[in-house]
Design a protein around this ligand. Sequence first.
Ligand code: SF4
Ligand code: SF4
Length: 298
Amino acid sequence: MSQPCKGKATRRKLLRGVISAAATVVAAEVGTVLKGVTTERRASAEERFSTDNEVLRMQQDLERALRKPVEQRQWVMVIDTRKCIGCNACVVACIAENRLPPGVSYRTVPEVEVGEYPAVRRVFMPTNCQQCDNPPCMKAAPPGAISKRPDGIVVVDYTKFRTRKAFEAAAKACPYTALYFDDGKYWTQGTPRLQAYETRPHVEYGQRWTRMEGQLPIGAGRKCHFCLQRLEVGMLPACVTTCIGRAMYFGDISDKRSLVADLLRRNPHMQVNANLGTRPRVYYIAEDVKKNCQVCHG
Ligand code: SF4
Ligand code: SF4
């Protein structure tokens, strides 16, 4: 029987060792590359989420805020007047969401003049209830008709805010013209029949309402509530998700990671009529902010 060649056996062993080592290196390299690809993919997804898509980021902020006790969420709205194009899409969304009749508008988009001659220009300034931390409307309204929630939203109790006299006292106290009286009009009034969208039930303040004659909220004072009914089910306010110019932002100011906190850190901003001590929760980002606002930050 011939003996195996010692040299050949050693070469084979060496070759096996080299192949095995090479395989290990290749596997490690592949692992590193794959790991790199995964990390890169994850990083870019996170980046997309946190920077490119502001609505998704606000949605994430909202979900994070809703996991906290209500008193630890501090809702604010930030409006970037540089981006508003005055299209009124937010107004229409608000009307549809809250079944608002003619003459009731939780939200308006006035055009205002800013600057000094000759550098004068006009900007759109969307506005709604400022959810003041010191709300004069609350003091002027009947007890319990208007109240402040721990998360900052100023809410109305339709059952207590229902005479024109009570409404007029609160409306007069509000420096932002944010209160409206629902006197029972319909958009399709005078046509052969009211369209279903006017009387379809809707939710506000955790209750279903049907805007039919003799039923609330007809005959009550009404105002913006940051779409509380949507927040409670994890949705951003209708004006924010509808905004075509991406001028509307919403979130929890007590959360330093939130987009609203980030925007206010990075941009000069103002609050309207804040010199009156109302402590509004709506912030405006605007060019020339220092020249034109009554109370500026940044
Ligand atoms: S904006 Fe007017 S209605 Fe809204 S909380 Fe302030 S005072 Fe009240
Ligand atoms: S939808 Fe946006 S861009 Fe259009 S008016 Fe409203 S805030 Fe301005």
